[in-house]
Design a protein around this ligand. Sequence first.
Ligand SMILES: Nc1ncnc2c1ncn2[C@@H]1O[C@H](COP(=O)(O)OP(=O)(O)O)[C@@H](O)[C@H]1O
Ligand SMILES: [Mg+2]
Length: 360
Amino acid sequence: MIRFDNVTKRFDDGTLAVESLNLQMASGELTVLVGPSGCGKTTTLRMINRLDEASAGSISVDGVDIRSRPATELRRGIGYVMQHSGLFPHRTIGDNIATVPRLLGWDRRQIARRVAELIELVGLNSDLAKRYPHQLSGGQQQRVGVARALAADPPIMLMDEPFAAVDPIVRKRLQDEFLALQARLGKTIVFVTHDIDEAIRLGDRVAVFESGGRLAQYDTPEALLAAPASEFVVDFLGAEPELKRLALVSAGRAEPIPAPMIAPGADWATAQAAAASAGTDWVLVVDEQQRLTGWHRLAAWSSEQTAKPNVFSRTVTRDDSLRAVLGALVDSPLGVVPRLDAEGRFDGLLGQASLNRALA
Ligand SMILES: Nc1ncnc2c1ncn2[C@@H]1O[C@H](COP(=O)(O)OP(=O)(O)O)[C@@H](O)[C@H]1O
Ligand SMILES: [Mg+2]
């Protein structure tokens, strides 16, 4: 949908901000531009709505060169969330959000309805509409910035470090809400950040920039972590890339390991045979309804048939990440973690081999 062909931006003072950039951002996807400060992310973003004009090369939106359209008309279809929210300080929150609908000449009732709807959409209290930006917390201002950009329901959103100014806990919450919102709205979003973890969490695709506006790699977060294209990308991805990869894969995609299972009340010989065939010295107890009752270690098996199995203190569901699986694994006396389905039935045993295979 948005396409850069050999785009270069050199500012009047000679600064080369972006160099020969080729990039395609798909419709309905969230593309993240990430890189160190000064590497040309903001400039790249601002060229899309022509706040900065490319010095060479061409940019098209839906196959149409953006220079063939008047900038004001182009911008109507593009929401822009500026770095540090960029709210008008002397306008109320309601008036800030209403900026674009007013420019478009909507009637007052329609604008009021849309403002109320957006305030709710971004999770703010309707009382805030009458306040001024300085009377809001950083996180609330960021939400207003997002609401304002969404006001005229543009198909494209450009977001420049929208969550950078808030503390890590608020940022995580804003990211979660933003992902849920995007899952519903399906906008084409170009999102700038200098935070690689934010890029990996949010992006369908991530463009890693090097200084001088050169593209170091453009890939899905998983591919980026699995096969970084250069030393620069390796450094930028930071420590523990394996853990970051595990966080991106759901436990539902992991391949279970063989699980020795017996029914409740089964005898020792049955348990021993089950353990031998799986190469373990323990067995799981799973009943007819596929409920996992617990586990026995053979060495500790009592001659009493009624001995109670040990209970797993941690289990995972298909929606948990493999990083959560690893956390449960290191805390498990057997070094394995049961996966349960949505109804709480046993749905496979995960072990280190499951993690290895998922990353292979
Ligand atoms: N209006 C401008 N005039 C001259 N140089 C600029 C201008 N805007 C940005 N730059 C320079 O272009 C480079 C890229 O800036 P920018 O796109 O803001 O980087 P980022 O958003 O990645 O931090 C920087 O070296 C910056 O100083
Ligand atoms: Mg910037």
